[in-house]
Design a protein around this ligand. Structure first.
Ligand code: 6GU
Length: 246
């Protein structure tokens, strides 16, 4: 998969050299290219923003540098990328969207600072390409760079061969399957006692059926406590009499 990021803070994307994403790049599974938007600003001060039409606070990113940057990036590859525009006004970034984007050969991210990018840029590319305005949650960040790090990590770990063990996806919170709609439950490792705290007996029982049921009950309990909204919207058939008594 190829990923391009156009930003006025290329150094903000340095973490893409580290850990899972960094290793995927080193192995050639991911081709990541970070571009400085100011390379396409032509005045003396490399200006990329201006005051908003209609008045109001803050600054808006000018269309010309974005247009030149995106034309240049798009022309540098084969076929058409999906353009991902991080914005708190976008559609929610979910595991489902991460899976969909992980199946695309090429993504271009356009993290903005200030009050966002001149609307005409989104319209211009939206007429020709698949453009997704995406938000990572209901809070406001100063720019889209941190959301790009979040989205790239969520997408990269889904690529074939990037996670060591393909089974690692199976029990993820929000993964489809038997535990769909439930958060992951608690996990334990050695030592068997730490600061006077032991391990739930069932995990030492070797009884795989009982362990699976215990894990599911713990997942259910945690979901009720932390994300009651997920229970409300789940298929009632996913729950049984014992759940209803918890
Ligand atoms: Cl994608 N960008 C910004 N600036 N703030 C956000 C966001 C994105 N998602 C949630 N808050």
């Amino acid at each position: 998969m190829r990923l391009d990021v156009v930003t006025i803070f290329p150094e903000y994307l340095e973490p893409l050299n580290v850990s899972l994403v960094g290793k995927a790049r080193a192995r050639g599974q991911l081709d990541v290219r970070v571009h400085d938007l100011r390379a396409w600003a032509h005045d003396k001060h490399n200006t990329v923003d201006d005051t908003p039409y209609g008045g109001g606070p803050g600054m808006v990113m000018k269309p010309e540098p974005w247009g030149e940057a995106l034309d240049s990036v798009i022309e540098s590859g084969e076929g058409q990328p999906v353009i991902v525009v991080p914005t708190p006004s976008g559609r929610p970034f979910t595991q489902e969207l991460a899976v969909e984007l992980s199946e695309k050969p090429w993504l271009v991210f356009t993290p903005a600072r200030y009050e966002g990018i001149d609307r005409r840029v989104i319209e211009e590319y939206g007429d020709r390409l698949d453009v997704r305005e995406v938000s990572i949650g209901d809070y406001v960040l100063a720019g889209g760079e941190a959301p790009v790090l979040v989205m790239v990590e969520a997408i990269a770990r889904l690529l074939p061969g990037v996670l060591g063990n393909a089974e690692s996806h199976r029990d993820d919170s929000f993964a489809p399957g038997a535990m769909a709609d439930l958060l992951e439950g608690p996990v334990y490792t050695k030592p068997p006692e730490w600061r006077g705290r032991g391990i739930p007996d069932v995990l030492l029982s070797g009884h795989h059926g009982k362990i699976a049921r215990w894990r599911r009950d713990e997942a259910f309990r945690r979901t009720v406590r932390n994300r009651p909204d997920l229970i409300e919207r789940a298929d009632p058939a996913a729950f049984d009499k014992k759940d209803r008594e918890m």
